[in-house]
Design a protein around this ligand. Structure first.
Ligand code: GDP
Length: 322
């Protein structure tokens, strides 16, 4: 494939699979991934960055494929000892994973930024893709729910996404700055891909960082922005995206994901939209939003699926748009 600069916006599970496919087909150093850090939180005094770790572990080939979080070939000695002591175990941290949080927290305390630490870890793990946290500031996704405002991990892990949601906000977002390199990467990119990640709590926090959305929307000649639907046949592959849509009074569907980001023709973000063949009856509705459309099997069950899908997305994104 010819060398073009590609930027991907990603959360954890869906984002990691897409980014892994792209990293496997694109030339080294042509992909930059901007990762959600709105889920980050402190636990046992350690800074934990779930989406960042899922993306990096996946690109490094050390992710746990079953859980979608944590490392493969993990052991749980620390957690077992915590159980003995009656400590909190609602957020499960494996022994190898713990090393990431320990070392990240130590470096943060030394004044090294999260984006620098991420680059350092990627170098050690042999990841050549440029992975950048959306900001070095602390921005926290807050879930507005029937039980009041909940910190994201309290909602997601502790309460297992049960409380009915009515909205989200990103504490600290208004004053945060994008990490160094993000705006330049977007300006230099020919293609921007919004991964099949949760629009509400994985992609919106990234877009809430001042400068990112406006740079994406600034007409820069050849730059094109595409999104991929995380909703297939009215359901999420994993996680609470569809439940969130229902609770927000919106039907979970590919067309509503496309509407969420909007088309450039209507002051939105997108040039084109990729969705599953199972939703082909929505093609006209999506095209009528002013978007180029591409439908295929978007479910990535294996590494081969990731590669096949990434090739298809890149072929669509680099072809003349209708
Ligand atoms: P999280 O931060 O771990 O929740 O990760 P993401 O937001 O990146 O991923 C969650 C979203 O990915 C869910 O809405 C899923 O429906 C979607 N997703 C996961 N796997 C796939 C897949 O193979 N294909 C598509 N189209 N979407 C997926």
């Amino acid at each position: 494939m010819v060398e073009i600069k590609v930027v991907a916006l990603a959360g954890g599970v869906g984002g990691a699979k897409m980014v892994d496919g792209l990293a496997r087909i694109l030339p080294d150093h042509s992909l930059t991934v901007i990762v959600n850090t709105g889920d980050d939180f402190d636990h046992f005094g350690l800074r934990i960055c779930p989406d960042l770790d899922t993306i990096c572990y996946t690109l490094a080939g050390i992710a746990n494929p079953e859980t979608g979080w944590g490392r493969k070939e993990e052991t749980w000695k620390v957690l077992e000892a915590l159980v003995e002591l009656g400590g909190p175990t609602w957020f499960r941290i494996g022994d190898r994973d713990l090393a990431t949080h320990l070392e990240r927290t130590r470096r943060l305390a030394e004044g090294i930024t999260l984006s620098e630490i991420t680059q350092q870890f990627c170098d050690r793990w042999g990841v050549s893709t440029c992975v950048i946290p959306m900001t070095n500031a602390q921005v926290s996704t807050i879930v507005k729910s029937v039980e009041g405002d909940l910190a994201f991990q309290d909602y997601f892990v502790k309460r297992k996404c049960e409380p009915r949601v009515s909205g989200f906000y990103f504490k600290g977002g208004e004053t945060a700055e994008p990490s160094p390199g993000i705006l330049q990467a977007i300006r230099e990119a020919k293609i921007v891909i919004i991964c099949p990640s949760n629009p509400w709590v994985s992609i919106d926090p990234i877009l809430a960082i001042p400068g990112i959305k406006t740079t994406l929307m600034t007409p820069l000649g050849l730059q094109r922005v595409f999104a991929i639907s995380p909703i297939i046949a009215g359901a999420a592959v994993k996680g609470p995206a569809a439940k969130m849509y229902f609770e927000m009074g919106i039907e979970p569907s590919a067309v509503n994901v496309a509407q969420h980001y909007g088309s450039k023709r209507n002051q939105g973000l997108l040039d084109g939209f990729v969705f599953d063949s199972l939703d082909q009856d929505q093609t006209d509705e999506i095209a009528n939003l002013g978007l180029a459309t591409f439908k295929t099997n978007t479910l990535m069950k294996s590494v081969d699926d990731r590669i096949r899908f990434a090739r298809e997305v890149m072929d669509f994104a680099t072809a003349p748009l209708d």
